[in-house]
Design a protein around this ligand. Structure first.
Ligand code: SAM
Length: 312
């Protein structure tokens, strides 16, 4: 049984049903996420882009001065990373760029864009899960590593499982290696709610894509009309949470699983977490896992931050 099918069955069988957000990203999901990044309400991408447009040279000045690797976890289409890579190339230090993404489709988009914009860049895409790819890199020669994790991808981990992720990341790095983190800040809850409830319904369509993908790839018979999209924000945990809610009692059959899944009326499937962080949340997280925060950059409106962590 493939991993996708196993994860779908596990999620739909659990008491609080869920579907992992990493499976949003097929061709349609990649396209919808590119639309989300352009939305008026979705301030995250614009804020991080502004930080790179202004501070890329200062950020790259912290990178190793010679022979190193840049690995980007969940690179997406690389629109913002371009500014950093351009600055790193200008600094004339020798490096190779390894974008990592489980969507081979988005890696092709990224490669086409970057090969055109930065012809001298040495780029090797890895269509793998984050840690599979980091262990692939660890098997290459030992040279300093800079890991990028942008776009507040870290927000996809809930408060109770982000430590597992950062601990594994810390184990994959050597002292002196760097981690450049892009993370959304805690802010006015209404601003956050608007970002995940856009007026054009693109975020809702993005979430519905997880059901469409099950229908297309696993022979599911989800009737999308029988679900609605719902998002909320908890200012204590900083978690914005998205759900698809079953409008009525129903059975959904998934052919590849050869079984049905029962939904009560108003039962929810959790589809995504987008956690926001305060300064102290990040400080504690870094120090719990053997990192020192070296530098921090923010946009003018103080919506988003990029931090450079050094593995001690
Ligand atoms: C929200 S998008 C952000 C893309 C990019 N970091 C940015 O800032 O624009 C998340 C990306 O991470 C990838 N992704 C999600 N979970 C992943 C995982 N566990 N391993 C590898 N890639 C993953 C998705 O395919 C998607 O392209």
């Amino acid at each position: 049984m493939n991993q996708y099918l196993q994860d779908v069955i596990k999620g739909l069988k659990s008491e609080d049903k869920y579907l992992l957000s990493r499976y949003f990203y097929n061709e349609e999901g990649d396209r919808l996420f590119q639309e989300i990044m352009e939305l008026d309400e979705y301030y995250l991408t614009r804020a991080e882009k502004e930080i790179f447009q202004i501070h890329a040279a200062d950020i790259c000045a912290e990178f190793p001065s010679n022979n190193y690797r840049i690995a980007e976890l969940g690179a997406g289409d690389g629109t913002k990373t371009r500014y950093l890579l351009e600055a790193a190339l200008k600094a004339k230090s020798k490096f190779e760029y390894f974008p990592i993404d489980i969507s081979p489709n988005v890696l092709n988009i990224l490669k086409a864009k970057l090969e055109k914009a930065l012809p001298s860049l040495k780029i090797k895409g890895l269509a793998q899960e984050y840690f599979e790819a980091l262990s692939t890199l660890a098997q290459l020669s030992d040279i300093p590593l800079v890991v990028l994790f942008l776009g507040s991808n870290i927000g996809n981990f809930r408060r109770d499982n982000v430590d597992t992720f950062i601990a594994k990341l810390s184990d994959s790095l050597r002292p002196g290696d760097l981690f450049l983190l892009g993370v959304d800040k805690k802010k006015d809850p209404n601003r956050i709610l608007a970002a995940y409830n856009d007026s054009r319904g693109i975020t809702a369509a993005f979430n519905f894509n997880s059901l469409k993908r099950i229908n297309a790839d696993l022979g599911g018979n989800f009737d999308l009309q029988k679900f609605s999209y719902y998002n909320n924000y908890d200012p204590h945990s900083g978690e914005s949470r998205s759900y698809l809610i079953s409008k009525e009692e129903q059975e959904v059959f998934i052919k590849a699983a050869n079984q049905s899944f029962h939904f009560e009326a108003h039962e929810a499937i959790h589809t995504e977490t987008s956690r926001k962080y305060g300064a102290s949340d990040l400080q504690k997280l870094a120090s719990r896992h053997g990192f020192k925060i070296k530098r921090e950059f923010s946009d003018e409106q103080k919506l988003f931050r990029n931090q450079i962590w050094e593995k001690i």
